[in-house]
Each structure stands twice: as structure tokens, then as C-alpha cells.
Design a protein around this ligand. Structure first.
Ligand SMILES: [Zn+2]
Length: 275
């Protein structure tokens, strides 16, 4: 019988795992009428969130070897060091896995609750098997780079922390979802791309000196509802002095949902959105 990786477990030895605690924090009591007492345990909350967000109970990848119960993507830093697995080994495995043909009955493109240093997908044309998204929710990504990249399936980065992101001259046929994500970098560049499906950053927190969303074509919706932007003017920026957030030259063929956006400047109080 093949073993499964424990990377998505919410409970271990009777207590909640770190991932379980993360899920429990996302629990919302939206079903109640406000009069019910919220007496659910952390585990119940984690379970509820897992169901709501359709997160599988088991990671689809097999343990790295028989010294661990975790796959290459879920190895802890300590385990990676012990087993001699480098970050670039993890990234190579990621690209191999998303390109591999699927047996059809598992979600092989699930990389939920993982961490990557550089996820470098530049100059790759990736048509994965099946239409399921490339699911990297609840993960830590130090740098995500797409340049002349073609992705056929949706890239899901919801609830993840992304330190640097550059997406240039790429085609995202399935769109990009980074809802409730934390994105912090000196300059965000998402420019010259075609999004054939939604770009959805709903509820995300973005901390950056400049947010460059120029010359994109949004064939479907561009959703920035409830986003929080913290403009860090003290960080050095090379180049022009245009708007802090700019969509200049972009085409919106679907809806642009910019409701309830919060913008804070580290040294000013006025907002400055260019379009
Ligand atoms: Zn795993």
C-alpha cells in the first residue's frame, strides 16, 4: 500500500498542527445568526475551514523516502538539511510534478501548505494534465517569477505569503487567484500580461513602494475588493515617479471590482491611483 504524506494533517498525536491552527484562524461563523455561542474547538474550526475551502485531507505526494512521512514539498527545513534536499531540488520537483501526466484520481497539482524560495517559471509553457488549478494556497513563497510564461490552469495562491512577485509578458489562461494573501515587496510588477480568466486579489494585504499593473489585458474580472495596500515610500525605487498604483494601458473586458480598497501611505495620507 502506498503511504501518504502527512503535510496536510490538522491533528497529530492528539493536538492541532501548525497548519490546522492556520485553518482554524480562517474559521468564520457566517452560518450562525449571531445568537449562538461559538463553542467550537480549534480542531472543529480547522475541519470546517478545510471543508469550506475544499482542502483535501491528504497530500497527493508520496513521502520523500522511508525516513520521513513527508513528501519533498512538505519536508521541514531541518529534514531538508538532514536529507540533503536543496530548495532547487524542490522547485525542480514542482515543475516536474505539474507537467507530469496525472492518473486522474488525485489532485497532483496540490502544493498547499508548502514553502518555496524561488518559484521560477520564466519562459515555460505549462499545460498540465486535467483542468484543476495549480494549488499553492497557505504557502510561503519567497519569489514568484513568470516571464513569457504560458499557464493553462489557474494559479492559486490564496492565503499565502509572497515576498516578491514579478509577472511579465505572460499568458494566464486560467487566471490568478491570490485572495487573502500577504504580498510584500519593494516593487510589484504584474505587467504586459493577458489574463484569460480572473485576476482575484480579494482581501489581500499588499505592502510595496510601487504597484505596477500596466498594460495587462483582463479578459474576465479584475478583483481588488477589500484589498489593503500599504505604500512604503521609504523604500528606494528606481525609475519613474508615476502613480503608486497604476493600471496604465490595461484593458478591462470584464468587471473591475475595486470596492472597499484601503490605501495607507507610510509618510502621507492621500491616495494616488492611476489608471
Ligand atoms: Zn506532501
Amino acid at each position: 500500500m502506498c503511504q501518504t504524506c502527512s503535510g496536510l494533517a490538522i491533528e497529530k498525536s492528539g493536538s492541532i498542527t501548525e497548519f490546522g491552527a492556520q485553518l482554524a484562524k480562517q474559521y468564520s461563523d457566517r452560518g450562525s445568526n449571531g445568537f449562538q455561542l461559538n463553542n467550537r474547538s480549534w480542531l472543529e474550526k480547522a475541519e470546517e475551514t478545510r471543508n469550506r475551502l475544499d482542502i483535501p485531507e491528504k497530500c497527493p505526494h508520496e513521502p520523500y523516502n522511508n525516513e520521513t512521512d513527508r513528501c519533498i514539498f512538505h519536508l521541514t527545513e531541518e529534514e531538508r538539511n538532514e536529507l540533503g534536499v536543496s530548495q532547487s531540488d524542490v522547485e525542480t520537483a514542482f515543475i516536474e510534478r505539474i507537467k507530469a501526466s496525472s492518473s486522474g484520481n488525485t489532485r497532483e497539482k496540490n502544493f498547499i501548505n508548502t514553502s518555496f524560495t524561488h518559484l521560477d517559471l520564466r519562459y515555460l509553457d505549462i499545460d498540465t494534465s486535467g483542468n484543476r488549478p495549480i494549488d499553492i494556497r497557505f504557502s510561503d513563497i519567497d519569489g514568484l517569477y513568470l516571464d513569457h510564461t504560458v499557464l493553462y490552469e489557474q494559479l492559486r495562491l490564496d492565503y499565502s505569503t509572497i515576498n516578491d512577485i514579478k509577472i511579465d509578458s505572460s499568458e494566464l489562461l486560467g487566471g490568478l487567484s491570490a485572495q487573502e494573501a500577504k504580498i510584500g515587496t519593494n516593487e510589484i510588477k504584474i505587467k504586459n500580461n493577458t489574463f484569460n480568466n480572473d485576476l482575484n486579489l480579494q482581501g489581500s494585504s499588499v505592502s510595496s513602494a510601487k504597484i505596477n499593473l500596466k498594460n495587462n489585458i483582463f479578459e474576465e474580472n479584475c478583483i481588488l475588493t477589500n484589498c489593503y495596500f500599504s505604500i512604503q515610500s521609504n523604500k528606494s525605487i528606481v525609475g519613474d515617479k508615476e502613480s503608486n498604483i497604476t493600471f496604465k494601458g490595461s484593458t478591462f473586458r470584464g468587471n473591475a471590482r475595486f470596492r472597499n480598497i484601503n490605501i495607507e501611505f507610510s509618510s502621507e495620507t492621500t491616495s494616488n491611483i492611476g489608471k
